[in-house]
Write a protein that binds this ligand. Structure first.
Ligand SMILES: [Fe+2]
Length: 267
């Protein structure tokens, strides 16, 4: 992939998203959220590519994956006024439809088109399917990690803004901010089992799901980024002050420390 293809893709994406701004504050805030998320995921994937020492062409391909990974979100919101796949449709598959309908990748090499489409398709899956070609799997792992880095930011930012001004907050708050959580989810995190979105009932449950991602992070540079930004600490601090959560806090902190020490010598 070359710089001209990247520029053309970027121009298409910007014009495409612009068409979703229709005026109402609540609607436009949701579009802006995903546009900003996309921008940040492009930056995070760039950071990961640099950390992994990938070459210029792979940087661009990874950025193309990042740019398109949530392209289905805009149409999903227009159709259903929600970003919850379980209550609407799978935004990854919708993204593939949008890419095909607009011929976005028509003048890409078949092998690159394949990588991008496969990475978009699987970026939000609970686990990556086995048996992907190694190069395709690399880009799938990159987007899954870059996406997670920024989702930590989005969730923490939104929670802070909602707490400061619930009446001025226009984004959807899909789970009640109750001081309860499902203990089975806490155990799942400690045992390294993934949590399904359908098991979530409260904001604490969402925090547990996201903390569980530490087991699904592919690159140490991702863990280092989340920790260095203070996002892990803020998530852990948001959980209740009980014995089980204290155990979880110790577990997560130690897990990240051990893995960074083992994989990078950093601690
Ligand atoms: Fe997504």
């Amino acid at each position: 992939m070359n710089a001209a293809q990247w520029q053309a893709l970027r121009a298409w994406f910007d014009a495409y998203v612009q068409g979703f701004y229709t005026g109402p504050a609540r609607h436009d805030a949701h579009i802006r959220l995903k546009q900003l998320h996309t921008q940040k995921v492009c930056e995070e994937i760039e950071y990961l590519c640099t950390a992994l020492g990938l070459d210029e062409s792979d940087h661009l391909l990874a950025e193309a994956v990042a740019l398109l990974h949530d392209v289905g979100r805009f149409e999903q919101y227009r159709r259903h006024q929600t970003f919850m796949d379980a209550r609407s449709e799978n935004h990854c598959l919708l993204g593939l439809e949008i890419i095909a309908a607009h011929g976005v990748l028509d003048d890409f090499e078949a092998s690159e088109r394949d990588v991008i489409l496969t990475a978009v398709r699987h970026h939000g899956a609970r686990v990556l399917p086995d048996g992907l070609p190694e190069r395709t799997a690399l880009f799938c792992r990159l987007i899954r990690d870059a996406d997670k880095i920024d989702i930590f930011r989005v969730v923490l930012d939104n929670y802070r803004r909602w707490k400061e001004s619930p009446e001025g907050f226009v984004l959807a708050v899909p789970f009640p901010d109750e001081d309860t959580y499902n203990p089975a989810l806490l155990e799942a995190v400690i045992e390294g089992r993934t949590i399904d979105y359908r098991e979530l009932r409260t904001i604490h449950d969402v925090r547990l799901l996201q903390l569980g991602w530490i087991h699904d992070i592919n690159f140490p540079a991702t863990l280092a980024r989340i920790r260095q930004r203070g996002h892990l600490a803020e998530f852990l601090a948001g959980l209740p002050a009980d014995e089980a959560c204290d155990r979880l806090r110790r577990y997560v902190t130690q897990y990240v420390k051990d893995r960074l020490l083992l994989e990078t010598g950093d601690h």
